[in-house]
Design a protein around this ligand. Structure first.
Ligand code: PLP
Length: 456
């Protein structure tokens, strides 16, 4: 066996004492802040009072706080984190060997909990603040189902009703994910549904539609605002979600500091931007403060290329246009990735924080076609053992390409990437890949123009 693990550890864990006790708010160190959310009717910045009709109060204050760098994590949330954190920082020795690269590759693995992804980090925070406010329950949307699962777990823990609108095509294709949510007591409705006015309108206009995230968001928001004691929660995109996900980057940085290692490039997949925003936060903070330099790379699907081909503009966050406007890289709220797209990361927009960083030239972005992403996923699975989620595999593909470049140049770069979750519920997509029925699709400029036409 040539695959021996050298002197430094394969996995690095923090002790409980070393876990972060505060979230890091990257906005505090941004000289040019992300643009505020706007009220779609008045085009004025959303006030806290307006936002509190939809979101929990404490989360609204986190959403609007551009100045406080460190926000203490409440003890109850720290306790919950202890059930599945710290997550390991892994040195991908076996992948390095397989690639024959001089690069050193590390990944932060977030798949070690039942929800199977990083989304639990924010779900517990949002459920905790909702419960603390005395609410009865929360509503949300879920696409592939990871966010809905994470929120169900968090709501079961704090004792809160959880109503999930699940994109209909996923509801039908991923019945197991739906059942996991029901184990934790959530009610799961396929979207679009007849339960909301916006759902009924979308069904009337598009009978037989498989639904979309943007449409499920509209239904979940309508459900929350029309029921006493309910609020809406969202698993990505928003500033508050990136704030909670900073635990990811803080843990990764503390573990690397313990090893005396400084990454050259930090890579994450980008759907709405929460894992990437969380992972890069403390590193980007150092860069913004002039203390250190890093490269940051976002990886997205070529079939939903918001950061690489989108417009930086104010747009609706949802298809039904009930949410505030956000300034972000967007493909337009009418944009829906082609039906052959199986790799996740299908949201039309991107976190305003990441969008602003991209606009300032601080964040690189790259798009890959899905067959190349699944090929990278398999290479990774065979080398490192873990079955990755298709979403995470975009970051794997990005890291592999960086490492292969090092093989050509001989550079011994250190690469850190986020392995956001496991792929056990994505085997339909792997099946398509194996049977050769998976195809690539890159929208042409005319298709993107059609999406941009829906910009307000
Ligand atoms: C939701 C999800 C993503 C993408 O969401 P971001 O907000 O961009 O992080 C990536 N990986 C996994 C496993 C997910 O569940």
């Amino acid at each position: 066996m040539s695959k021996q693990i050298p002197e430094v550890p394969y996995k690095t864990y923090l002790t409980e004492d070393e876990l972060p006790k505060a979230w890091y708010n990257l906005r505090a160190d941004m000289k040019s802040k992300p643009a505020p959310l706007l009220n779609p009717a008045t085009k004025q910045p959303m006030t806290a009072a307006e936002l509190e009709a939809v979101f929990c109060s404490e989360l609204v204050s986190q959403e609007l706080d551009n100045d406080t760098a460190l926000i203490p994590i409440p003890g109850e949330i720290l306790d919950f984190y202890k059930m599945y954190r710290p997550s390991p920082l892994v040195r991908a020795y076996f992948l390095e060997k397989a690639l024959d690269t001089p690069a050193k590759i590390y990944y932060k693995f977030e798949g070690n909990n039942t929800s199977g992804s990083h989304k639990l980090n924010s779900a517990i925070a949002q459920a905790y603040y909702a419960k603390k406010q005395g609410l009865k329950g929360v509503t949300t949307e879920t696409g592939a189902g990871q966010w809905g699962t994470a929120l169900s777990m968090a709501c079961a823990y704090v004792g809160l009703d959880c109503r999930v609108y699940m994109v209909k095509i996923s509801y039908e294709q991923k019945p197991f994910r739906r059942e996991v949510m029901r184990v934790y007591g959530a009610s799961v409705t396929p979207s679009p549904s007849m339960e909301t006015a916006v759902g009924r309108a979308i069904l009337a206009a598009h009978p037989g539609t498989g639904g979309s995230l943007g449409c499920a968001i509209s239904e979940a928001v309508e459900d929350a605002v029309s029921h006493e004691g309910y609020r809406y929660v969202l698993g990505s995109v928003l500033n508050q979600v990136l704030l909670h996900q900073s635990v990811l980057g803080l843990e990764a940085k503390a573990a690397l500091d313990k090893l005396g290692v400084k990454p050259d490039v930090i890579i994450g997949c980008a759907g709405g931007g929460s894992n990437l925003g969380g992972l890069i936060a403390p590193f980007m903070g150092e860069k913004l403060r002039g203390e250190a330099d890093y490269r940051f790379l976002a990886v997205e699907p070529a079939s939903c290329p918001s950061l690489t081909r989108g417009r930086f503009a104010y747009d609706f966050c949802d298809t039904g246009h009930v949410c505030p406007l956000a300034k972000m890289y967007t493909l337009g709220s009418d944009f829906i990735p082609s039906p052959n797209h199986a790799g996740g990361l299908r949201y039309h927009g991107m976190s305003p924080v990441l969008s602003e960083l991209r606009h300032q030239g601080l964040l690189e972005a790259r798009a890959y076609e899905q067959t190349s992403v699944f090929a990278a996923a398999e290479l990774f699975a065979r080398a490192e053992g873990t079955l990755p989620a298709p979403e995470s595999s975009h970051a794997i593909k990005g890291a592999i390409d960086e490492a292969l470049r090092c093989r050509e140049t001989g550079e011994e770069k250190t690469i850190l990437f986020g392995l956001t979750g496991t792929g056990y519920f994505d085997l339909k997509a792997y099946e398509q890949f194996h049977s050769g029925t998976m195809t690539d699709f890159i929208p042409d400029d005319a298709a993107l123009e059609a999406g941009f036409a829906s910009l307000p």
